[in-house]
Write a protein that binds this ligand. Structure first.
Ligand SMILES: Nc1ncnc2c1ncn2[C@@H]1O[C@H](COP(=O)(O)OP(=O)(O)OP(=O)(O)O)[C@@H](O)[C@H]1O
Ligand SMILES: C[C@@](O)(CCO)CC(=O)[O-]
Length: 498
């Protein structure tokens, strides 16, 4: 086993003397050291007039241990799930100076005139951020400058739905204006996801990674991905994507720990900790993360992560000492599970090991309930699994509804599981046949797939086809990553030990 590797910590000096190659074959040289935060001189070849349509994709996640505590500087362990978001970027002709978002999952669509956006403020020297910068908080003045462009969206939509549109729009606009420039080409960003929204499975982080990677690709600051890319270089590219995905998460959640976007960007599984919000977090890939037999169940009780995180912050204000003890206990749970999984002799099929992981899940859930973030529907899932005696269950993600994970006992019989599944179905829970530990951010450039068809040159994914794909299955069938065997085209930055 290779030891854990710190995924981050790129001081600006690490960017010196880089030579990057962009995905569409246009070379980008990065010759000079980035000195004192100044942007390096970038020597670019002239771009082709029309960029081909391309796609980015990123997974959702399950937090196996440590949610909420991770917002307060404790450890968490999370793994990517095979449910993913997919973003199609289509360039418009040169004369069309507009940017459109088409987000049908949340029934949101809007078009802005590029020239109307507040470029002057975003590009002021005191405000300007670059693709390599570490941004750990939003600039209130920049946020305010976006308000007139947000108040015009979805005029007939109110309440919770409006908040959903607003957070999707602000996360895009903040990234677009930070990374782009007024000369940016007109584009349509069409997004579809196979992840349930507000269900604790990291839908916002997954779309944040899609947006961040697409914009960084469009401004030609990413190298690869390509299969023989050196690991250090792949790591650097993912980290850039991850940093800007965190900014998008800041727009959606106000106070994210960064664990969700980190696992969505890197994929596989990570052990994550953020002591100091002004610095990058420590994220270790868990190469030995086992193929745990997990059952993933959505209560269909949607809620906002920001509100659940706010509940814990309020409890900490009212009962600082007690809350800190609970958060420390969660940290202890995560670290115990981490030690067990990292042991070379660990075998997930072994009954005793599963018992320990399962007990830790039970304890973790109890502590989360003590923080006030469980929900009667989550408790009902626990009751059903407990009375069947099939495993150990905890909420995953922000709670307050959302989803639960169950670690199934190694000797669970298929017919026992069937009975439990039919009970869950009868009570209107949603079950997912997802796998954990898959790839992180991926790119399909151009947006052409073979898909097992004989269409000459492959099947082009255009907006119409993408929008028409029927539900979760239709999207997976059309563009799914890791779902079908014949998937030529998708490429990933990989930092795995193999
Ligand atoms: N498919 C999607 N299309 C457009 N916007 C989306 C999509 N999925 C998520 N979002 C954005 O992310 C927000 C949901 O974030 P929230 O954190 O509340 O849920 P989550 O990410 O699913 O849960 P958790 O953070 O607990 O894992 C939505 O309000 C919306 O702005
Ligand atoms: C509840 C939380 O810990 C996990 C949400 O998936 C919030 C966060 O880490 O940002």
């Amino acid at each position: 086993m290779n030891g854990p590797v710190n995924l981050r910590r790129h001081s600006s000096s690490e960017y010196s003397s880089e030579r990057l190659e962009v995905i569409n074959g246009v070379a980008v040289n990065m010759p000079a050291t980035i000195a004192n935060g100044q942007r390096p001189k970038v020597d670019r070849k002239a771009s082709s007039p029309m960029m081909p349509a391309f796609m980015t994709s990123a997974p959702g996640k399950v937090i196996v241990y440590g949610e909420h505590a991770v917002v307060h500087g404790k450890a968490a362990m999370a793994a990517a799930v095979s449910l993913r978001s997919y973003l199609l970027v289509t360039a418009l002709s040169k004369s069309q100076r507009t940017i459109s978002l088409r987000f049908p999952d949340i029934s949101f669509s809007h078009t802005w005139d590029i020239d109307d956006l507040p470029w002057a403020l975003f590009s002021k020297p005191s405000k300007k951020k670059f693709y390599y910068d570490l941004v750990t908080s939003l600039d209130p003045e920049l946020v305010k400058s976006l308000q007139p462009h947000l108040t015009v969206i979805s005029p007939h939509v109110t309440g919770e739905q409006r908040k959903i549109h607003y957070s999707a729009a602000i996360s895009f606009l903040y990234l677009f204006l930070s990374l782009g420039s007024q000369s940016f080409p007109g584009c349509i960003y069409t997004l579809r996801s196979t992840l349930p929204i507000g269900a604790g499975l990291g839908s916002s982080a997954s779309i944040s990674v899609c947006l961040s990677s697409a914009l960084l690709l469009q401004i030609r600051t990413l190298a690869g991905p390509h299969p023989d890319q050196p690991r250090g270089e792949a790591e650097l590219q993912i980290e850039r994507i991850n940093r800007w995905a965190f900014v998008s998460e800041l727009c959606i959640h106000q106070n994210p720990s960064g664990v969700d976007n980190t696992v969505a960007a890197y994929g596989k599984a990570v052990h994550f900790k953020r002591h100091d919000y002004s610095k990058p977090p420590t994220a270790m890939p868990l190469y030995r993360f086992p193929e745990l037999p997990l059952l993933l169940v959505n209560t269909k009780q949607s809620r906002s992560t920001a509100i659940e995180v706010g509940k814990v912050t309020k409890l900490k204000r009212t009962h600082p000492e007690i809350t800190e003890h609970i958060l420390d206990a969660i940290d202890g749970v995560t670290e115990s599970a981490h030690r067990l999984i990292s042991d070379p002799g660990f075998d997930p099929e072994n009954q005793a090991s599963a018992e320990v992981l399962g007990d830790l899940m039970n304890v973790n859930h109890g502590l989360l309930a003590a923080l006030g973030v469980s929900h009667p529907r989550l408790e009902r899932i626990r009751e059903l699994v407990d009375s069947a005696g099939l495993g150990w269950t905890k909420l995953t993600g922000a709670g307050g509804g959302g989803s639960a994970i169950t670690l199934l006992r190694p000797n669970t019989k298929p017919d026992q599981l069937k009975i439990l599944e039919s009970q869950l179905d009868a009570e209107d829970f949603e079950r997912f046949g997802a796998t954990v530990g898959g790839d992180g951010v991926g790119v399909l450039w151009p947006a052409v797939l073979r898909n097992g068809t004989d269409e000459e040159g492959g099947e082009e994914i255009d907006q119409e086809k993408f929008l028409k794909a029927d539900g979760r299955e239709g999207v997976e069938k059309l563009v799914g990553v890791g779902v079908q065997e014949k998937r030529e085209g998708w490429k990933f930055w990989r930092v795995s030990s193999e």
